[in-house]
Structures are given as structure tokens and as C-alpha cells.
Design a binder for this molecule. Structure first.
Ligand code: PLP
Length: 363
């Protein structure tokens, strides 16, 4: 990423985009183009909104946490009528409820959902959700996959996802600054007829230029250099192994918390392989975060919105391995003792080690 700049309209950049293109498609699970836009993940979410929704249209947003809520806020910024179907934070969106809602509200044109709800550590059942949407309406299914695509299996075409968005700084292991958006044939038809005004985020421009291995505006070249290497890393490890590693890190983290008798926010069934939210009942998560940061330089996230002060979150995605998980749990145990909870040191680490060994035995 520290390579000198190259001409962004020259042959070298064309060759770079040409090599990136098919690799991104593999990660999205799509034969459609994956467009690269310079902007953070939210630019990708806004791209999905302004390209698929006409002014005055009705949409349904499945809110399972702060990022579902972000779709609502983006839609509110445009002239869009938003229906909000909210789950208890920490739980997944329920396909049956979506079905009932769609049958009672026939004008809904787009359903927005979040694959991994980063604020709660829930992995929503997007394949089932897309299925009920398509069976019960003509609506498009738009999925925010920012905090998990690249870390969990994603089959955009097979699952019937119409627009899928992700970003560079989560499971893609890069600094922030790129967002990736792909759309189904059905979504392209809607986008071509869409009357919403848009300029920088007009996805059609990106599609037309990518056909020529180019971008409509100056690309963030340094990030593209990094992206090519990230895609090479995925290829070297093998996507199946990347996903298995994330599942293993999730299982190790969850087993450790259970062994230490610290409640998890999500059920095993709806837990995301990329981030684990923990809801301690007998110590203050904010104090724990402070101790870890001060004594070990270790940053773990807190809660967002109404979960602020109630949970802490451990990210285990991207450039992260079972070795990191073991280290972090060891550190966490010290922090937990320091904030006043009685535990037997090593029990969390031991539980995680056991999960690791069990999984090794399977290979
Ligand atoms: C991080 C994240 C985003 C994007 O946030 P930016 O700060 O704009 O990159 C969107 N959705 C989810 C689920 C996220 O975790």
C-alpha cells in the first residue's frame, strides 16, 4: 500500500482492476459485477438506498441493532416512507414476522436487512429472510454485509440477495475507505428506472466503467493495492478455511465466556462468527474496557445506543487467529479479576483450548 501512485487512467490500473474483479465475485457468491466505490461502508448503504428506492416509495427495514437503524436514518434523509420492524436487540430478525408484515403491507418495494448486526453480534438468517420476501412480495432484498462478508459464507445469487454491500475495514482487513456493492439483474432493472436524484453514488456509472476495467471517479489506489493482496491472502488460505477459522474463533470466545460464567448477549444459533457481544451481570463492562486499554493497550468495543454501558464486544474477524483469541481471553481474565469478579484464573483459556483441540481432531 506504500507503493508510489500510478496513473489511474493507465494500463496498470486497468490490469489491477481486472485481477481484482473475479476474486471479489467469489467472496460475494455472485456472477454479477462487484462495484468498488471510494467511501466508508455507510456510502455503500446510501448507494443501495438511492439507487433502488424511488421518491415516495415504501420500504421495510428489519432493525436488529444500530446498523439496521442506520438504514432507517438514511431512508429518512430521502423522501422515503419507512416501515420499521424491530427485533429485541441481541435477537435475529424473524422470517415469519417478515412474511406477516409483507402480506399486510403490499406496497413495500424494498426490504433492508443486516447480515451481521455488529452492535449485537447477531448473524441474521439472510438466506431465509430473502426467501420469505421473494415468496410473499416483489420487493428487492438489500443486505448490509459490512461486518461479515469475507469472514462468513455468502451466496448472494443462490440466496436471492438483490443488493449486497460490504466495506474494506472489517473482514476485508484493510483501512477504511472502500465500499463494495453488487446487484442482481432484477435490481439493475429497478435502478435503471429509478428517479431518485444521485450523482457520485449512481451505481450505473460504476457498472458502465467497470466493463472497461475502470472507475467513474479517481479510485483510492493505495487501498486497491492492499485489496489485491487481501484477495490473494483469501485465495491462499482458501475461503472455506477462512470461514472455518472465523467459526472456530467464535466458538472459542463463546466457550470461554460460558466457562467464566459471563452471559452472552446472543444465542448460539444466532451468533456471528465475526463479533461476540457479552453482557456481564456482576461487573461494569466500561470499567473492564478501561483496565484492558490502560494496562494492556487492548481495545474492545462497548455497546451502542441503549446497549451502551451494558455490554462489551470482542471482534474476531479478518487479520485475526485462534492464537489472538487465546491471548485476549488470558488478558480478559486478568481484567475481570481487576474489576472485582471472582473467577478461577485460566478457566476461560482452558475452555477455548479445548474447543481448539476438538476442532483439530475433526480435521
Ligand atoms: C461498520 C459497519 C458499517 C459501516 O460503517 P462505516 O463507518 O460507514 O464504514 C455498516 N454496517 C455495519 C453492519 C457495520 O458493522
Amino acid at each position: 500500500m506504500t507503493q508510489p501512485m500510478i496513473g489511474h487512467r493507465g494500463q496498470e490500473t486497468k490490469a489491477l482492476l481486472k485481477s481484482i474483479k473475479p476474486k471479489l465475485q467469489g467472496i460475494f457468491g455472485t456472477k454479477e459485477d462487484v462495484l468498488i466505490i471510494t467511501g466508508s461502508g455507510t456510502a455503500g448503504l446510501e448507494t443501495a438506498v438511492v439507487n433502488t428506492v424511488n421518491p415516495g416509495d415504501e420500504v421495510l427495514v428489519l432493525v436488529t441493532g444500530a446498523f439496521g437503524d442506520r438504514f432507517v436514518k438514511i431512508c429518512d434523509a430521502y423522501d422515503i416512507k419507512v416501515h420499521r420492524l424491530e427485533a429485541t436487540w441481541g435477537e435475529a430478525a424473524c422470517p415469519e414476522e417478515v412474511k406477516t408484515y409483507l402480506l399486510a403491507n403490499k406496497k413495500i418495494k424494498v426490504v433492508f436487512t443486516t447480515y451481521c448486526e455488529t452492535s449485537t453480534g447477531v448473524l441474521n438468517p439472510v438466506s431465509q429472510l430473502a426467501n420469505v420476501v421473494h415468496e410473499n412480495s416483489d420487493a428487492l432484498v438489500v443486505v448490509d454485509g459490512v461486518s461479515c462478508v469475507g469472514g462468513v459464507e455468502t451466496k448472494m445469487d443462490e440466496w436471492g440477495i438483490d443488493v449486497l454491500v460490504t466495506g474494506s475495514q472489517k473482514a476485508f482487513m484493510l483501512p477504511a475507505g472502500l465500499t463494495f456493492v453488487a446487484a442482481s439483474e432484477k435490481a439493475w432493472k429497478v435502478m435503471e428506472e429509478n428517479k431518485q436524484s444521485r450523482f457520485y453514488l449512481n451505481l450505473i456509472k460504476y457498472r458502465d466503467r467497470l466493463a472497461d476495467d475502470s472507475t467513474p471517479f479517481t479510485p483510492a489506489l493505495s487501498l486497491l493495492f492492499g485489496l489485491e493482496q487481501v484477495l490473494n491472502l483469501f485465495e491462499e488460505e482458501g475461503l472455506e478455511n477462512v470461514f472455518a477459522r472465523h467459526t472456530l474463533m467464535m466458538n472459542m470466545t463463546r466457550a470461554a465466556m460460558k466457562a467464566l460464567d459471563i452471559p452472552l448477549l446472543t444465542s448460539d444459533e444466532s451468533a456471528s462468527p465475526t463479533v461476540t457481544a457479552v453482557k456481564p451481570s456482576d461487573f461494569d463492562p466500561e470499567m473492564l474496557r478501561k483496565v484492558l486499554k490502560k494496562e494492556f493497550g487492548l481495545s474492545i468495543a462497548g455497546g451502542q445506543q441503549h446497549l451502551k454501558g451494558q455490554i462489551f464486544r470482542i471482534g474476531h474477524m479478518g487479520y485475526c487467529s485462534p492464537a489472538d483469541v487465546l491471548q485476549i481471553i488470558g488478558i480478559l481474565e486478568i481484567g475481570i479479576v481487576k474489576v472485582g469478579k471472582m473467577i478461577n484464573l485460566g478457566e476461560g483459556v482452558k475452555a477455548a483450548q479445548e474447543i481448539y483441540l476438538q476442532q483439530e481432531a475433526l480435521v
